[in-house]
Design a protein around this ligand. Structure first.
Ligand SMILES: [Fe+2]
Length: 291
């Protein structure tokens, strides 16, 4: 069925979507209407003012220096209006926490995508004033952007530098040490200038694949609702399972005394090696996926 995914990509089909998804390519549709009417009629999505009036938590405001989430401040909804008026983009994080409907959609969409139960799934709302936007960056998550109002241009570019990044990175900013440890070539200095933008208007939906470079600019004040999924990697599933196993042992729970007890650590590793032949993917998945 994949009801929620279908609603977000109408009139295209899940099989159209999965062709792009499997190749890690962007996917977009325009003129969504009836299929997303439950979302677009949410009172707090009527305008950024309506959202600020009903938002019970802090708002993240993006400072104009590098136009990036890494450079932001948390502020009250009241002060956020002034920052928006001064050209700063606002991020309303975990919007699903204020709306049972969004909670349901984000959960159902995760199921439609077949993502792990350990996925961090959330809704984000971006209010972007005209001419503001984000600098080129990539994320470790995947993102469905539903444009609610206004016009926003998105540029998406394949990432040829790194496959399956585990952290986000902004062009020209210092690299996360772990990300840097598995980079096979230097990060690009700039993005090509000949990329055509994808222009999102009310009713457009863009899927941004994991790791794809993207940057944005609002043509007018713009509001967008994002369904964002940070899915675990095999590393995450394996380390969650092994931790679950090792935590059962009082010897593994002992304080690690650095170099002073190498023998004991070796003994523990020997025990683990003898246990390892009995490890199978299905046992780990039964543990992490809760079946
Ligand atoms: Fe992003």
């Amino acid at each position: 069925m994949k009801k929620i995914l279908s609603a977000l990509i109408h009139p295209k089909t899940p099989s159209d979507f999965f062709k792009a998804y499997e190749k890690n390519e962007p996917f977009f549709v325009h003129n969504l209407n009836k299929s997303v009417a439950d979302l677009t009629s949410l009172p707090f999505l009527e305008s950024h003012e309506a959202l600020l009036n009903s938002w019970p938590k802090d708002v993240q405001a993006h400072l104009p220096d590098v136009r990036d989430e890494a450079s932001s401040i948390d502020t009250t909804a009241k002060d956020a209006q002034k920052l928006f008026d001064n050209g700063m983009g606002l991020l309303f994080n975990h919007a699903d926490s204020i709306s049972p409907l969004l909670t349901e959609w984000v959960h159902e969409l995760r199921m439609d995508l077949g993502l792990s139960a350990l996925t961090m799934s959330r809704c984000l709302i971006y209010a972007t004033p005209a001419d503001a936007g984000t600098a080129a960056h990539f994320d470790q998550n995947i993102n469905f952007v539903l444009q609610i109002s206004g016009t926003k241009k998105w540029w998406v570019n394949t990432n040829t530098t790194i496959e399956n990044p585990m952290t986000r990175h902004t062009l020209g900013q210092p690299c996360d040490p772990e990300l840097d440890s598995y980079l096979e070539m230097p990060m690009p200095a700039s993005m090509p200038e000949n990329i055509e933008p994808i222009v999102l208007k009310a009713g457009s939906m863009l899927f941004v694949p994991r790791g794809a470079w993207h940057w944005t600019e609002a043509e007018s004040d713009a509001l967008s609702l994002n369904f964002t999924f940070t899915a675990p990697t095999w590393i995450d599933l394996f380390t969650a399972a092994i931790r679950g196993r090792l935590v059962q042992s009082n010897k593994w729970r002992a304080t690690a005394d650095g170099f002073s007890d190498i023998k004991q650590f070796d003994l523990l590793l020997e025990e683990l090696k003898s246990d390892f032949p009995n490890w199978h993917a299905i046992n780990i998945l039964n543990m992490t996926e809760g079946s």
